[in-house]
Design a protein around this ligand. Structure first.
Ligand code: UDP
Ligand code: MG
Length: 329
């Protein structure tokens, strides 16, 4: 059996750039088939787009590569779209890339080379630098990864993007993860195997605007953190210990002042401050615990991550023509 590559592209309102993206993917696929004998397919996951994405995708030619279109029943979010793509990929190795032009198809050959020539299982791209991002986003990212990796045996690399290639065995490992709350970047790193980092500069979005503003990034970070690590819970315990220690010291110092200097303890203000600090910290920590209970609830409900409304597969004409020719000869 010839080896193959499935390219998974999540699409949410990406009608404008889809045709040109498909043309360049077909180009890349043609080259890969010729130079390496790879069977290539693209899996477009239409994540409940409101524009023409689905119709345009259906009209795309399957010339050099197979075209699968998986249309979800509504907008489930990028992580769910990636999961849908992974489930439908048929050719062993899986490559994930965004459909907005930020992930350059030109890089695909390089990622494939690391997989086939050097035997890497997970080839992931990382932003070469983040100087062009706003400070809040960079600081937020730092904080997120510090918390995520805090005290964990396996460190998730910072700045890794969703543009990555998984070898067949890595893809199988990723499929074997049962969780519903998926933090894809983390999982792809967590599975281990031979991982390779490739630095690159993501392009500008070609049209439209990002669906991930500061708020949704914040929500996503909380999702990622709580579905992946217990660091926030540990932070809560640590904070509790710290507060208790402070209170102990404070109490001891007051006792000392009363006993040795006869100073009357100024009661009211310090009590109110103490109460408010304690009350606040407790509420926050109940919130943290609540996040985890929410996660447990959604895992227990075990709902499917997505529903497929429509699904189609078109086989590459060039390849089937080749096959007929080969069979005739
Ligand atoms: N996307 C998706 N579902 C969503 C939001 C985004 O499938 O609910 C897709 C989107 O079409 C694109 C990719 O995920 O192909 C990345 O989205 P975006 O460019 O908005 O994110 P950013 O590049 O800013 O991280
Ligand atoms: Mg983008």
């Amino acid at each position: 059996m010839t080896a193959g590559l499935s390219i998974v592209v999540p699409l949410y309102n990406e009608a404008k750039g889809l045709a040109s993206l498909h043309a360049s993917l077909a180009e890349v696929a043609r080259a890969l088939t010729q130079t390496r004998g790879l069977r290539v397919e693209v899996v477009y996951v239409d994540d409940g787009s409101h524009d023409e994405t689905f119709h345009i995708a259906q009209a795309l030619p399957a010339s050099a590569l197979d075209v699968q279109i998986v249309s979800l029943s509504r907008n489930f979010g990028k992580e769910a779209a990636l999961a849908a793509g992974l489930d439908h990929a048929r050719f062993g190795a899986v490559l994930f890339m965004d459909g907005d032009g930020q992930h350059s198809p030109d890089l695909i050959a390089r990622l494939v080379a690391y997989w086939l020539d050097e035997g890497y299982d997970v080839v992931y791209t990382a932003k070469a630098h983040r100087a062009n991002e706003p400070l809040t986003r960079r600081l937020g990212g730092k904080l997120f990864y510090t918390l995520l990796n805090w005290g964990s045996r396996h460190k998730i690399p910072e700045d890794a993007g969703d543009f990555r290639l998984l070898s067949p065995r890595a893809a199988t490992a990723l499929r074997a993860m049962p969780e519903r709350n998926r933090f894809f970047k983390g999982l792809a790193s967590w599975i281990g195997f031979r991982q390779k980092r490739v630095d690159y500069e993501p392009g500008e979005r070609e049209h439209g605007k990002t669906t991930f503003g500061l708020t949704s990034l914040f929500v996503l970070s909380i999702e990622g953190l709580t579905s992946f690590s217990v660091a926030p819970l540990r932070l809560a315990s640590l904070l509790g210990v710290l507060l208790a220690a402070t209170a102990l010291l404070f109490g001891a110092s007051m006792l000392f002042e009363v006993l040795f200097y006869g100073v009357a303890v100024p009661g009211y203000p310090s009590m109110v401050v103490g109460l408010m600090v304690l009350g606040g910290v407790q509420l926050v920590m109940i919130g943290v615990v609540g996040e985890y209970i929410g996660k447990i609830l959604s895992e227990i409900k075990a709902r499917p991550v997505y529903f497929v409304a429509e699904h189609s597969v078109k086989t590459a004409q060039e390849r089937s023509a080749d096959a007929t020719r080969a069979a005739a000869e």
